[in-house]
Design a protein around this ligand. Structure first.
Ligand code: NAD
Length: 361
């Protein structure tokens, strides 16, 4: 491995520009972006212009990028449909892979990715950046210390009362595989399972709805083409784990509700205490000295972890931890086996909704 990790970006669209490339560019001492690939050449050229190292290259076909043996890591930032094939080809070409969320369009694809990473002996992780929020790290440590006791009920929220993304591939069922459940529900479910440290589902019941229509629905990004929008606008899941714990989930792009937006959020209910991670706020509730108390830890002050005043966004923390995992040959925070369970559960909600029957694992 060269002094700096040599990284290739596959898919130079919204999330590559919004998260991966700016976050990686913070770590100039450790990494360099040496290759850019997009089906639309101008996008790859623009990315190269903004983020490319000297001598970096642009490829229209990702397979050509993978032939470059000097590339250590690739970031897969294409629509959901191609996550599995591109990631598997990259692993087989000897690259470590950071794949955008959800891991794959289908559970079978996600399982193929897990197997490919094992067979190649390379690292594979998934871009679930909500795990890297300071609130999530704090709650994870509290839970590992046993402060919540046994978590037997949790809620995973990804609720936008209005927020249907009407650009790019978001409304394209073939490319993405679903609506709010696979788009934003995936983050909340991942965070919930991670905090519970429970990856063994037993049964899932799901329902999905497409009820709200244009032009009257006050979508912040304006109307969508009703003929194009064949996806759900709301999905709900009831998940029972092997140990008896229950998880309910709500994922909506559009619903009549007075609740404000809650993305990447969850509520955890344990035998010793409860906790919520809602948007960017964390709270703990329990009984103490004969009364109920609610605690709101302020994680924005400069505690010891941020002694030098270093404040990172979750996207930058995600990039930093990923670079550290590759350089130090340690496990990434988001393991492929865990992300695979998220994909299996999302698919089970869709399957149950379509069949009207529970899905048993
Ligand atoms: N982590 C997050 O919070 C978050 C947010 C938004 C999107 N995403 C995920 O990121 C992925 C991409 O979404 P986006 O919004 O950036 O989409 P986008 O359409 O803006 O960008 C995708 C890019 O990939 C390119 N592409 C498609 N197939 C390709 C291929 N075979 N080879 C090379 N390039 C190819 C497209 O031309 C496009 O430029 C999706 O899986 C989405 O779920 C994650």
């Amino acid at each position: 491995m060269a002094d700096k990790l040599r990284i290739g970006i596959i898919g130079c669209g919204g999330i590559a520009n919004g998260k991966h490339m700016p976050s990686l560019s913070v770590f100039k001492e450790d990494v360099e972006m040496v290759a850019f690939c997009d089906l639309v050449e101008e996008k790859a050229l623009k990315a190269q212009g903004e983020y490319g190292a000297e001598g970096s290259k642009v490829y229209p076909d990702y397979r050509k990028l993978l032939e470059d043996k000097s590339i250590d890591v690739v970031h897969v930032c294409t629509p959901n449909r191609s996550h599995a094939n591109i990631s598997i080809d990259a692993l087989e070409a000897g690259k470590h892979v950071m794949c955008e969320k959800p891991m794959a369009k289908s559970a079978a694809d996600a399982r193929r990715m897990v197997e490919a990473a094992k067979a190649a002996g390379k690292k594979l992780t998934v871009g679930y950046q909500h795990r890297h929020k300071p609130e999530a790290s704090y709650l994870k440590a509290l839970i590992e210390r046993g402060d919540l006791g046994e978590i037997y009920y949790a809620k995973a929220f990804a609720v936008r009362r209005r927020g249907t993304p009407n650009w790019g591939v978001f409304l394209n069922e073939y490319e993405q595989g679903g609506g709010p459940l696979i788009d934003i529900g995936t983050h909340s479910l991942d965070l919930t399972l991670f905090l519970m440290n429970n990856y063994k589902p037993r049964m899932v019941v799901g329902t999905t709805y497409k009820k709200l229509t244009n032009p009257d629905c006050a979508n912040p990004w304006g109307p969508w083409d009703e003929k194009q929008h064949t996806l759900e606008d709301a999905a709900f899941g009831f998940i029972v784990m092997e140990n008896g714990a229950t998880i309910t989930m709500e994922a909506t792009w559009c619903i009549n509700s007075i609740e404000p937006v809650q993305e990447g959020s969850c509520a955890l209910h344990g035998t010793k205490a409860g906790a919520q991670c809602k948007n960017n706020e964390v709270s703990i509730n329990k009984d103490e000295f004969g009364r109920l108390v609610d605690i709101y830890p302020d994680l924005k002050t400069k505690g010891v972890a941020f002694y030098e005043g270093i404040v990172e966004t979750p996207s930058i923390t995600e990039a930093r931890r990923w670079i550290e995992a590759v350089r130090n040959d340690t496990a990434p925070l988001v393991l492929p086996e865990q992300a695979c369970v998220v994909s299996e559960l999302l698919e089970a909600v869709y399957t149950s909704a379509a069949s009207g029957k529970p899905v048993y694992f």
